[in-house]
Design a protein around this ligand. Structure first.
Ligand SMILES: [Zn+2]
Length: 274
């Protein structure tokens, strides 16, 4: 399932063909959005932003296409003359004179004006995007210690989109392992240096995954493992999905637990109970 880094990469692709371009044709596959087609055709896309799993395609007439990637939504960007080979249902088509961005299958799509953007239930509740360029280590550390978050087990907090939008299941395991923090601990119990380390690793792992296309281990480690003949599936993570395998830091056995009804992977030696 896509997490913040995957959504941001999809948004980058859409932005590359749409931003600054006049959209000659707008088509919606959902009946209730059809009235917007004529209002948006001929307008220019100014930005493609993300907020966790939500993508916001902004137009210069102050309307925004909100698309929330539930499970199967997928954007394709192709030249105008091509259509992707897919059996999926077309939900949104945005065509410039050379390219088109096509959204298939996503179910939660809306066209919002400025007021609706500020009152939208998901957007109002969601925290800052984990890949927001303004999100700094001190800001995350401060957020961890905020009254509404500091008494929550970190393993649960790191799935909550209200804390950081775009955080998700693999990022949670990888970030907590990298910071050496037991997921049952609460931010309130962290020493200031632990809190800073967690904030730093949150950014580091999320950005590395974004840049590498889903690999959270360092580039050096990835190349070494690749050279040894290890497959991408087996080298891309530190702990996620590696139950029963050796910890890359200490050699202990990686364990799988359930938290927030999803699988969580840890090394008990690297992440001692607090
Ligand atoms: Zn370990």
């Amino acid at each position: 399932m896509p997490e913040g880094p995957e959504i941001r990469r999809a948004a980058d692709k859409v932005a590359a063909v749409l931003v600054g371009e006049k959209i000659e044709k707008v088509e919606f596959g959902l009946e209730h959005l059809k009235p917007f087609e004529s209002r948006m055709s001929g307008c220019t896309v100014t930005a493609v932003d993300t907020r966790g799993k939500a993508m916001l395609t902004r137009f210069d007439n102050r309307l925004t296409i909100y698309s929330h990637n539930q499970l199967y939504g997928r954007w394709y960007t192709v030249r105008r003359s091509r259509m992707p080979q897919t059996q999926r249902q077309l939900r949104v088509a945005l065509c410039t004179n050379t390219h088109q961005a096509l959204l298939y299958s996503a179910s939660d799509i809306a066209v919002l004006d400025e007021d609706e953007l500020s009152t939208h239930p998901f957007l109002r509740r969601a925290g800052p995007d984990i890949l927001d360029r303004g999100l700094t280590q001190p800001k995350i550390a401060e957020r961890l210690q905020a009254v509404e978050f500091r008494n929550r087990a970190l393993g649960n907090l790191y799935l909550d989109q209200a804390f950081l939008a775009g955080n998700g299941n693999y990022l949670r395991s990888e970030i907590l392992w990298a910071a050496g923090i037991d997921p049952l601990r609460k931010a309130v119990s962290l020493a200031p240096t632990e809190c800073d380390t967690l904030a730093r690793e949150t950014l580091k792992i999320a950005w590395r995954s974004y840049r590498s296309g889903g690999v959270t281990v360092t580039r050096a480690l990835a190349s070494r493992l690749r050279a040894e003949g290890v497959s991408r599936e087996d080298y891309r993570f530190y702990v996620f999905g590696r139950e029963g395998k050796r910890c890359r830091r200490c050699g202990s056995m990686i364990e799988r637990r359930k938290m927030g009804s999803r699988n969580l992977f840890t090394c008990r030696r690297c992440q001692p109970a607090g």
